[in-house]
Each structure stands twice: as C-alpha cells, then as structure tokens.
Design a protein around this ligand. Structure first.
Ligand code: BGP
Length: 455
C-alpha cells in the first residue's frame, strides 16, 4: 500500500506527437507541413535554429525507442499520425511508406501490452493546404475528414483510443492573434472562422469513427487552463468568465455537449465576427460528440478586467504577486487547478470520462543536473507528485479520470522553442543521439507498478 493509491484500472504513460518526435529521412515520402515550410523560410525564428527535420529521430529509431516505454512503466502511450506523412499533399495520394511505418510502430507498442492512444492532428497542417487558405476554408474540413477516414481504415485494428485534435485553440490563438504559428497574422474574425471550422472537422471525424469502427473511444484533447480572477470585483469576475468561454468552453462545450455556449455566441455576434456556418454543420456538431476527453494541463490562467477597453479580448493576463513559477518556461505552477478541472468536468459536463493527456515541467539546460550517469530531475518528480495529489483528491470526490499521461516520453522538439526546454522521462543527447532514462523515468516506473506513491 502507498499513501496515494489510484483506482485499479488507472493508466500511466506519456504523450508525444508525430511532428515533434519522428523527424524526416530523404526517401520517406513525407510532404511538408507548416513547420517544415516555416523552418525553411525563417530558421532564425527557431531556438538554436533547430528545425523539425531531425526531431527525436523516432522515425529511424522506433524499434529501439519503444522498449523504453516498458522500461519507464508505461501502460498507455499517446502519439499522433502526421497528416503530411500519410498524405503528403493533404488531399492526394496515400504514402505507402507511412502506412507501413505507422502499422509497425503501432504493432510493436501493442505487443508490449500498452494501450495505444492516437491523435490525428497536432498543429501540423500539410503546407499545400495552408497555401490555399488552411482552416479558413471549408474544403480543409473535407480533406481532414477524408484523412481521418483513411486513418480509421488503415490503423483501426491497432489503435485503442483516438483523438481528433490536440489543443485546437492553440493554432487559433498562436496563428491568428499571435506570432507563434503560421500564418502569424492578427485577425480575430479569421481566428473565429478557423476555430469553428476545426470544431466541424472534429465532429465529422467523430462521426466517421463511430460509423467505421463502432467504438466508444473517440476524444478531443483540450488544454483546459482554468481562469482565475484577480479579485471578487464584478469586472474581474466577468473577465474570468469571458476567458473561460473563449479559451476553454469554445471547444469544450461543442465537443462534449454538442452546442456552443449562448454567451459566447452573443459576444461573437456583438463583435461582428460570426463565422460562416450552415444548419447542417451545427447538426453534425450536435449529433457527434466525443466519448471521452483528453485534458492537457500546465498552468492556470490569471486574469483581470482589461485596462485598455479598445483591445480585442475581454480580459487581460494578470501576474499574481507571489505566484510560483517554472522560470524556464515562464509558466505558473498551480497543481490545485487539476482538482478544479476534475470537479468542473464532474459537475458541469456530465462527469465525462477523461484522462490527463499532458502535464509536465520543461527545464532549460537540464544537463547541469547530470550526476552519476543520469539526469537527477527531482524537481520533475515533485511536480508530478503535487499534481497527482490534486488529481487524486478530485477522483476521491467522484471525478471520472482514468489515466495520467505526462509530457513527454523521450525529450522532443517543440515548435519555435525546439529543444530549449526538456520534458522527457528519457533524456535525448542531441549530439550523440543517445537515450538515457532520467531519475523521473525510474520513479515513473515505480509509480505505475504501485499504482500510486508515497508522499
Ligand atoms: C502543449 C503541446 C505540446 C508540447 C507542450 C509543451 O501545448 O500540446 O505539443 O509542446 O505543450 O509546451 P512547450 O513545448 O511549448 O514548452
């Protein structure tokens, strides 16, 4: 027995994504996605000018990487299929080398007795589709729908759990309100069209999954960052409510309940940013909700009423004095949010089944903690423990959470940050390509074996 004991069917593992782990080989048949293109055009935007071509070389090394899953106690593993690997142009021919690669990867993971959780889209639009307008266009929904169907047909016999999208709000914010994803423009109206079209695409994929495979394991993975107000003042409280509506409920409500929150629709209308939509699309959303939810959690959102009322968003970030930070990533550490998420899903979303699909601590310059042949990442173990305690509290109170997947398996490449911050249970030596299990990887194995831990 351990102090913090999880339910007997609880799953332990990690998440990664195709674009962040696989890398490319000259003859692999993969097409460019938005990241390949961006790196080619503006390599200086990427930390240390490291691009996605190499990533963690999983494409080349998966046969020797997969055994590390077992060695670090995985009972579940999540990755994603790269659309641009399977269908290089996004809407054309299937790349048979990609089919063979993913089938072999998935078979080997299954052979280890590990539950396989596969996501269809992790920020990685094929570039040929982006050039035509990407998610602003309705035709991208059709191409994604076709891609999803091909995945179900090719890999449906091997994959246990599916997801339609990872953090769909991120490309919306980072690509249409910020400068961290392509097309790196500022245009709220286009942002809202992209968000809406993504939701329609998710519902079509969910429908196709239920029709073709007949299972009950389709999800969407959302970054639910609870919004906390600066004060009890009405204006701050309103800001927090709006932040929650825009950043979490914009995908959570249609994905789980099949409808958009009325207050969100009213706000979008008032701004004059209503997307193009049809009654048929709304019915597709209504009738094709997900079976379970993946929740990514890293940091809470602290907000206050906007000081500049001409700005676009109805809230402003607030730096809470005394907040506890992960200085490397610049993110607040606040494990209590996991408990709040658990209770929110229990009380307001029909106590839906869910898993933590990402949680982790990115640290820069981790080699400084290398001692006795291993990265001594006690800070990461503490981070996991604190979050697990809060999650456990939520489960004790009836939340329906069935797994905890950390970010990530082997240190992986991360968008503009490339290899700046390391998250892995397994260290990747960028120079030699060597893999070494970190102290947290060993701890994670015990956690999984004991189905819990001592405080
Ligand atoms: C999530 C993404 C992952 C991963 C992670 C860590 O938002 O789903 O792809 O990158 O964040 O964040 P970062 O790599 O930016 O530090």
């Amino acid at each position: 027995m351990v102090d913090i004991q999880f339910p007997s069917d609880f799953l332990w593992g990690s998440s990664t994504s195709g674009p962040q782990s696989e890398g490319r080989l000259a003859d692999d048949g993969k097409g460019d996605n938005v990241w390949d293109y961006w790196f080619e055009k503006e390599p200086e935007k990427f930390f240390d000018q490291v691009g996605p071509q190499k990533a963690s070389t999983f494409y080349e090394n998966y046969k020797t990487d997969i055994p590390y899953l077992k060695a670090t106690g995985h009972t579940i593993f999540r990755t994603s299929i790269q659309w641009s690997r399977l269908i290089p142009t996004g809407d054309g021919e299937v790349n048979e080398k990609a089919v063979a690669f993913y089938r072999d990867v998935f078979k080997r993971i299954k052979a280890e007795g590990i539950t396989l959780y596969v996501n269809l889209y992790h920020f990685d639009l094929p570039m040929a589709l982006m050039e035509r307008g990407g998610w602003e266009l309705k035709e991208t929904i059709d191409h994604y729908h076709r891609y999803a169907r091909i995945c179900f047909e090719e890999f449906g016999d091997l994959v246990d759990w599916w997801a339609t999208f990872n953090e769909p709000i991120v490309p919306v914010e980072a690509g249409y309100l910020g400068q961290f994803h392509l097309p790196a423009v500022f245009d709220p109206k286009r942002a809202i069209q992209v968000a809406y079209n993504t939701q329609v695409a998710s519902a079509y994929a969910t429908k196709a999954y239920h029709e073709l495979l007949g299972g009950n394991k389709m999800s969407i993975i959302l970054n639910l960052t609870p919004a906390y107000a600066r004060s009890e003042d009405e204006a701050d409280q309103h800001a927090a409510k709006m932040a929650e509506l825009l950043q979490a409920r914009s995908f959570l409500d249609p994905s789980v309940k099949g409808i958009y929150p009325q207050e969100l629709v009213d706000w979008v209308k008032e701004k004059g940013w209503m997307p193009e939509y049809t009654a048929e699309e709304l019915t597709i959303i209504k009738e094709n909700t997900i079976d379970f939810l993946g929740v990514n959690f890293y940091q809470p959102l602290r907000v206050k009423a906007p000081t500049d009322t001409t700005q676009v968003l109805p809230f402003e970030p607030w730096e809470m004095p005394g907040r506890r930070m992960n200085p490397h990533r610049g993110w607040e550490i606040y494990p209590e949010s996991l408990y709040d998420i658990a209770l929110n899903l229990k009380d307001n979303y029909g106590n839906i089944d869910w898993v933590v699909a990402e949680n982790g601590m990115g640290v820069e310059g981790e080699e400084q903690f290398f001692e006795n042949g291993q990265i001594q990442d006690d800070y990461r173990i503490d981070f996991f423990k604190e979050h697990l305690e809060q999650l456990h509290r939520g489960i004790q109170e009836g939340a329906n959470c069935h797994g905890y997947l950390v970010w990530t398996f082997i240190d992986c490449w991360s968008w503009l940050n490339a290899y700046k911050n390391r998250y892995g249970l397994v260290e990747l030596d960028l120079e030699t390509g060597q893999r070494r299990i970190k102290k947290s990887g060993e701890w994670f194995k015990k956690l999984s074996e004991n189905n819990g831990f001592d405080r």
